[in-house]
Write a protein that binds this ligand. Structure first.
Ligand SMILES: C[S@@+](CC[C@H](N)C(=O)[O-])C[C@H]1O[C@@H](n2cnc3c(N)ncnc32)[C@H](O)[C@@H]1O
Ligand code: SF4
Length: 344
């Protein structure tokens, strides 16, 4: 059976950060009004899948069409069971990439264990090269952690890796309206730190989000973003970066708020999204999830990855192309380029 599926697995809902734009919303808002619609994420979750059910599913990944699992959250490395689960996924022969806010990498033993487990990539989120700006956008809930801890986490992991090939270490930056220059500024910082890859991603917020106007690009911002992406592509500073197709989609996506049509999408074909309660979706796009009929809803609870994806199409036509989708491109199609730049 060909292994060509990437799973984006949001392991757990909680997080010690309170990023203003987070897909999981804010604890404060959800304390007053916990969302209950399918696919709507919250750091307050009463329904995260029990660890045993996660392990049972992970054991079935061997001999399944799943090639790669991107571990996200919430903050996956804040959950004590994460590294054992990753060990199970690695034993099943899957590539593993961890998406983290970076702070857990500073805790004793975490970086070393990630190296020993043979994790293939670690993507650390950093939204500004400027400490104060980053910590305003990505504050920790306690106020005790921020930019310098994230940089410490990256350095700790690079040190633990030493001369070994894995994990490749990268930075993900959510590009917001205020700062197209962050695209090249964070690349410079990443190159100085010695990371291997770098992915700028467009901010994606629902039009009803209270920060939509402040943070979301308008068509008038597209030129400055395109210029910065062009500068990055011309001189990636030795970093592996997404390809030109991604850069084009980035600019196209921020140039409109309407949904676009994609004729050969990987969502529901080569990419699937597991949310912390175990729900399985074609992709994390809120538009596509909202358009999923109740009869098509699925879960990994009690499921077997060797049969769960039977009958999936080679690709799907989708009318919900948005900024969300751009963020999935590097996961679904671009990861080999980021993890093995010689394949670029
Ligand atoms: C939800 S986080 C989970 C993993 C981990 N806690 C972290 O921050 O990397 C995964 C990625 O989504 C990004 N992200 C969160 N909300 C976003 C939004 N509204 N638009 C675009 N990216 C977003 C984060 O910055 C991070 O790079
Ligand atoms: S660290 Fe990640 S999961 Fe936590 S609030 Fe920030 S973006 Fe969301």
């Amino acid at each position: 059976m060909p292994r060509d599926i990437t799973l984006l697995w949001g392991l757990r809902s909680p997080c010690a950060f309170a990023c203003r734009h987070c897909y999981f919303g804010t604890v404060e808002e959800h304390r007053a009004n916990l969302p209950s619609l399918p696919g709507v994420l919250s750091h307050i979750s009463r329904n995260d899948l029990p660890a045993e059910a996660m392990t049972a599913f992970a054991r079935t990944l061997a001999d399944s069409p799943v090639a790669r699992v991107v571990i996200a959250g919430g903050e996956p490395l804040d959950w004590p069971g994460a590294l054992d689960l990753i060990a199970t996924i690695k034993s099943a022969g899957c590539e593993v990439v961890i998406a983290t806010n970076g702070v857990p990498l500073t805790r004793p033993g975490i970086a070393e264990r990630i190296v020993v487990l043979g994790v293939d990539g670690v993507s650390v989120s950093l939204d500004s090269a400027d400490p104060a700006t980053n910590d305003r956008l990505r504050p920790s809930r306690s106020g005790r952690f921020g930019h310098s801890d994230v940089l410490d986490g990256i350095r700790t992991l690079l040190r633990a890796r030493g001369q070994q090939a894995r994990p490749r270490v990268g930075i993900y930056t959510v590009v917001m309206r205020h700062g197209p220059h962050e695209i090249t500024d964070v690349a410079r910082l990443g190159a100085d730190l010695g990371v291997d890859y770098y992915v700028p991603q467009p901010i994606s917020l629902a039009p009803t989000h209270k920060l939509f106007t402040e943070l979301t690009h308008t068509v008038a911002d597209a030129g400055a973003v395109a210029e910065q992406l062009g500068r990055l592509a011309d001189d990636p500073l030795g970093l592996a970066i997404p390809d030109q197709d991604y850069m084009r989609r980035f600019v196209a996506a921020i140039s409109t708020h309407a949904s676009g049509h994609v004729t050969d999408c990987f969502g529901g074909a080569q990419l699937f999204f597991i949310q912390p309660d175990g729900s399985l979706w074609d992709c994390p796009s809120d538009r596509r999830i909202a358009a999923t009929a109740p009869s098509q809803r699925r879960t990994i609870a009690g499921a077997d990855a060797r049969t769960l994806f039977d009958g999936r199409p080679a690709c799907t036509d989708c009318s919900h192309f948005s900024r969300d989708c751009v963020n999935m491109w590097p996961l679904a199609l671009g990861m080999p380029r980021l993890l093995d730049p010689e394949t670029a």
